[in-house]
Each structure stands twice: as C-alpha cells, then as structure tokens.
Design a protein around this ligand. Structure first.
Ligand SMILES: C[S@@+](CC[C@H](N)C(=O)[O-])C[C@H]1O[C@@H](n2cnc3c(N)ncnc32)[C@H](O)[C@@H]1O
Length: 225
C-alpha cells in the first residue's frame, strides 16, 4: 500500500547520532530501532494503547496518522474502527511486522517508512494525529513538535502520550530529556488550539517491553476550525 505522498519502506534518514545502546536506540535512528525490533518476535503488547482507546473511542473516523507506529497495534485498531490510517515509523522491521498484523486483521493501512521530520506528509492532512510514546528527538527549534502540529487538520485532534515514570539514568545511556514530551508540544499550542486533556493517569498494559510503566502523560488538543 502506498501513501500518495511517499515511498513506503524506501526512506531511511537517520536524524541524529549513532545509538548509545541497542535496547534504547537513539531517537530517529532506524538501524538501532531495527536492531531492537529484530531482537524479539514481538516487542510491544500487541494491544492498542489504553490512552489512545480512551481518547479516540467515540470520535467520528476520518484520516489518522500514527507517528512512531511500531508494530502497528494502534494503527490496526484505528483501521478496524473505520479510520483511514497512515502508520509512520523509521523501522523497516517494525513496519513489516505491522503490515502482517494489518493483513491478519483484514484491514488496510498505509505504511510510511520515515522519520517524522523528513516525512512528506500533507500539511493539515489528518483529523487525528496520534503519537504514543514517540521516540522523537528534541531539537532547539522544536522540529518534531512543529511537524506534529502541522499535520493536524482544522477541527482535528492531536494526541501525544508518553511515560510519566521514566527517569534519567534508568539505564543504557537512555536520557528522557532527549525526547519530545507532551509538555514540549503543549508549550507550542497557541490560540488556534483548544486543550481538551493534559494530565497524568494510570495505565495498564498486558505485557511486552512497555509493561513496566505505570503512568501516562496525556495531551489531547483540538485545532480550531
Ligand atoms: C517506544 S516505541 C512506541 C511504538 C508504538 N507507538 C507503541 O506504542 O507501541 C517508539 C517508536 O518510534 C519509532 N521512531 C523512532 N524515531 C522516530 C522518528 N523520528 N519518526 C518516526 N518514528 C520514530 C521507533 O521505531 C519506534 O517504533
């Protein structure tokens, strides 16, 4: 399946330095993320993320962008609800897995292999932009945050979720300060946006590598029409 504005699985554009450790790849480094995904048959739980389910249930389906879609559980869940979904990720291994997941589920998703900042996404092209635990590199000019905002259509929803309980020095050279957090996105929201949720909440995950995290930070903002 081909995104009208991209070459799926064709672009690999690392955005920063080599990884500190394969189990905590540097943001945007596709080789390191491929290595992490290749290290296990399945890395994440396979279930849609709880904060996505809570925030999106009840929204009228439209065009959705899943940023850092990983193995595709969220994208497939959205597609099953009738959303026209684009799943974006830097990892070919993850996208191949996501594509199989969608085929098994009998749903159609457009997969794009790219870093967010380099992705040729249509400006204002999505009624929902979801970024669940995205490994997006923070930069002084806030490129990733601006790319998230730019992708949302007038009247559309931006949902950014991250772990509330990750601390610096938790291992392998991983530093959460390297990553875009919901607060970084919230700081850029001007009058053209309405914040509908900005909170910390418990999360439950059945298994997978993210199971150790107990709380989410959730930002949901709607672009004014
Ligand atoms: C912590 S995982 C979360 C995966 C998925 N959202 C989930 O909740 O299961 C972060 C994902 O972001 C992807 N990623 C890393 N840098 C990226 C970038 N610059 N643009 C898009 N995706 C990126 C990784 O390959 C990985 O799949």
């Amino acid at each position: 399946m081909t995104h009208p504005h991209a070459e799926p699985h064709a672009r690999t554009e690392p955005q920063n330095e080599p990884p500190a450790h394969p189990s905590h790849p540097s943001p945007g480094d596709s080789a390191a993320w491929d290595e992490r995904y290749a290290s296990a048959e399945q890395v994440w739980s396979g279930d849609p993320n709880g904060s996505l389910v809570a925030e999106v249930t009840g929204l009228a389906p439209g065009r959705a962008l899943d940023v850092g879609c990983g193995e595709g559980a969220d994208a497939v869940w959205l597609a099953r609800l009738g959303w026209d979904v684009t799943g974006l990720d830097v990892s070919k291994v993850a996208l191949d897995r996501a594509e199989r997941h969608a085929a098994d589920a009998g749903v159609r998703v457009t997969w794009v292999r790219s870093g967010l900042v380099d992705a040729p996404l249509p400006s204002g092209g999505f009624d929902l932009v979801s970024a669940q635990y995205p490994a997006l590199l923070r930069t002084p000019d806030h490129q990733a945050e601006r790319a998230l905002l730019a992708a949302v259509a007038p009247g559309g929803v931006l949902l950014v979720v991250h772990h509330a309980d990750v601390e610096a020095g938790s291992g392998h050279g991983f530093d959460p300060a390297d990553y875009v957090m919901p607060a970084d996105v919230a700081a850029l929201l001007g009058d053209g946006w309405q914040i509908e949720a900005d909170d910390r909440r418990p999360r439950t995950v059945r298994g997978g590598a993210g199971a150790g995290h107990s709380h989410d930070l959730v930002l949901r903002a709607r672009r004014r029409s």
